[in-house]
Design a protein around this ligand. Structure first.
Ligand code: AMP
Length: 357
């Protein structure tokens, strides 16, 4: 594909904050964005020139949306595969096959294993009997996760001991039971792959989660992670090449004393890459747009000695403006969500410094 000329239209499936930040970058590069998502708090709407609030099964609306776009992408990996496949194949990037792999935890583990990734011990669970067998074979502690549709720790149940499992019923939907990883730290590998196959990686931050949701991403990540990044990148590169991926791809890992354990992949820009807006020469959002638009990729180099990104969750967003008075020039991003519900990602703040932390 030749580079999309300025004024071209980029379609985004999904209407959340990732779509909003993608649209901001696309707009800066002279493109127009149109969003598509079912009715809801579609905060990408504020920065798109048009927005289709239609269901994922509305084939007429999807066709009308696609007909107005030069290229379509997604910001959310639970976009139903059929909706992504409804977009003409030469007009969507990445290829929806990446969604197919990543939407199912079993698929993604097997796919990554083929390229040398080591996930925690796991078993498919499709019944009460499978669940009992999995606890027996994989052992406890562990985590039962729905195979599909989970995010930010939702659809997950922690099982501390085999006895504990008596109180947790198989939720009736296909799941994966995986052993609890005694990790030291967590990190992600975020890469961008261009239409010509060129790959660039951002530095890996140390990521902290609470209740399954990302709290912070910090650079430098420290010796343990830095020692495991090369191996993790080699896996991510093979995954991206095998998928003929175009755009930003994220793989999440646990750093253990024994090495990197693969957790999951996200075929999209990622919360742990938000720091790149101010912290890197080119952000994950801009490089995703550059990749799908067929533009040259930008440098992913970190521009500061230390970077600290923290999510702003729930009602903390209501007073977040006060942090603008703080030293260190915090870069505040609020996503414009209508309701500051508990546990909801409302924004993030990034602090950068030329002095190491
Ligand atoms: P996930 O949605 O699978 O990325 O899980 C969200 C977070 O829950 C991870 O980033 C970890 O902090 C934690 N977690 C998930 N799976 C495991 C595991 N097998 N062992 C230890 N912690 C886990």
């Amino acid at each position: 594909m030749s580079a999309l000329p300025p004024g071209s239209t980029i379609g985004i499936l999904g209407g959340g904050q990732l779509g909003r930040m993608l649209a901001i970058s696309a707009t800066q590069l002279g493109y127009r964005c149109i969003g598509y998502a079912p009715k809801g708090d579609n905060v990408a709407c504020d920065v798109c020139v048009d927005f289709f609030e239609n269901g994922w099964t509305d084939t007429e609306a999807l066709a009308a949306f696609a007909s107005q776009c030069d290229v379509v992408t997604w910001e959310f990996e639970n976009v139903p595969l059929a909706a992504a496949r409804a977009i003409p194949a030469d007009r969507i990037a990445p290829d929806p096959h990446a969604l197919e792999v990543a939407q199912d935890r079993l698929n993604e583990k097997r796919f990554a294993e083929d390229f040398g990734a080591s996930p925690a011990a796991y078993m498919r669970v499709e019944s009460e009997e499978d669940f009992a067998r999995a606890i027996d074979q994989v052992g406890a502690p562990g985590i039962l996760k729905t195979a599909r549709d989970g995010y930010d720790g939702k659809g997950q149940w922690r099982i501390d001991s085999a006895h504990d499992a008596d109180g947790i019923r198989f939720p009736g939907t296909p799941c994966v039971y995986e052993g609890m990883v005694a990790f030291e730290e967590e990190f992600s590998v975020i890469l961008v792959r261009g239409r010509d196959g060129e790959i660039r990686f951002w530095d890996s931050t140390v990521n902290t989660h609470e209740g399954g949701m990302l709290v912070s991403s910090i650079l430098p990540a420290g010796d343990l992670i830095e020692g495991q990044v090369d191996g993790a990148r080699a896996i991510a590169r093979q995954v991206a090449d095998a998928l003929q991926y175009v755009g930003v791809l994220t793989l999440e890992f646990f750093a253990t004393k024994q090495g990197a354990v693969f957790n999951e992949m996200a075929p999209r820009v990622h919360n742990s890459g938000h720091w790149s807006i101010e912290g890197a020469a080119t952000s994950q959002f801009e490089n995703h747009i550059r990749a799908i638009a067929g533009l040259p990729l930008g440098s992913t180099e970190t521009r500061f000695a230390s970077v600290d990104m923290r999510n702003i969750v729930g009602e903390d967003a209501l007073t977040a403006h006060t942090m603008l008075a703080e030293d260190g020039e915090p870069h505040l991003h609020l996503y414009g969500k209508a309701e500051a519900r508990e546990g909801r990602k409302m924004g993030h703040v990034t602090r950068v410094s030329h002095t190491p932390s």
